[in-house]
Design a protein around this ligand. Structure first.
Ligand code: ARG
Length: 259
């Protein structure tokens, strides 16, 4: 995780961002700390911190920096120049931490865990708005795993982790209309137990959730129906108010990169 010391909405690269609607800094810091506290104290997760830097306000969304696989880190090639400035920061950080850092050809965009999520032993890759479909072959080769590319069709859900969340080996949350018909079929074939969320829940970023065994950390504001559906599956919900991060188009999951 990276503290939100220099976090602002400095540009608009997704439909949620408006430079005229700035996050409240003190509130953002409190919300981030509450998430960090929940992960480290309540759920006993080990969290490594990345030092915040000025001039890269979206660095807080560490999940987009790349994809970690054992001691290998596949660094992102960000679509937008504003976020490409994060690439050398992340590359240096992971090299210094002893990781083998791999990069993909520059002409192919890839936004790490924002668009690449493991469902069991299969990597699901969301493409179009941020990552390119072409990276699926390279990822399959590097990871020696099956990679299933699915196209995203709704700009509001520009990263896979805004509309799909694996919760365990058999279950996932999703917002079906963020995918085209083919992508929906691919996910329906892959995941035995798909929990569809409403548009209202999806726009509150409930799919941007962190699954830790039977615990699920998600942004506050999900519907009673969603909570019932998850409760029936014996999933313990931990809600965090992340209103200030929604203003940049992010929530719980993208504030954390899994190592
Ligand atoms: N402002 C950031 C961007 O548009 C937010 C990224 C949030 N990450 C996510 N996986 N949804 O790139």
């Amino acid at each position: 995780m990276c503290p939100p010391t220099y976090y602002t909405v400095a540009y608009e690269i997704n439909p949620w961002m408006h430079v005229t609607q700035q996050p409240n800094h003190a509130r953002a810091v409190r919300q981030w700390r509450a998430l960090h506290h929940l992960l480290t104290r309540t759920l006993r997760v080990t969290v490594w911190l990345l030092r915040a830097r000025p001039g890269v306000p979206d660095l807080v969304f560490t999940a987009n920096a790349g994809l970690a696989w054992g001691r290998t880190f596949i660094r992102s090639n960000f679509r937008h120049p504003q976020r490409q400035r994060e690439e050398p920061v992340m590359e240096r950080h992971f090299r210094q931490a002893g990781y083998r850092v791999l990069t993909l050809p520059r002409r192919h965009n890839f936004e790490g865990e924002g668009d690449a999520l493991w469902m069991g032993g299969t990597l699901v890759l969301g493409f179009r708005f941020r990552s390119d479909a072409a990276v699926h072959e390279q990822l399959a080769r590097l990871l020696a795993a099956e990679v299933l590319p699915v196209e995203l069709v709704d700009r509001r859900f520009y990263h896979l982790d805004t509309c799909f969340a694996p919760l365990g080996p058999k279950t996932a949350l999703w917002y079906p209309r963020a995918f085209d018909r083919y992508g929906r079929r691919v996910l329906e074939n892959l995941v035995p137990d798909l929990v569809a969320v409403s548009e209202a829940d999806a726009t509150r970023f409930v799919c941007n959730a962190i699954a830790l065994g039977q615990d699920l950390v998600l942004p506050a504001g999900g519907s009673a129906r969603l909570k019932r559906q998850l409760g029936r599956r014996r999933i313990a919900l931990h809600e965090v108010d992340l209103s200030e991060f929604l203003k940049a188009g992010g929530a719980a999951k993208c504030l954390v990169l899994r190592l």
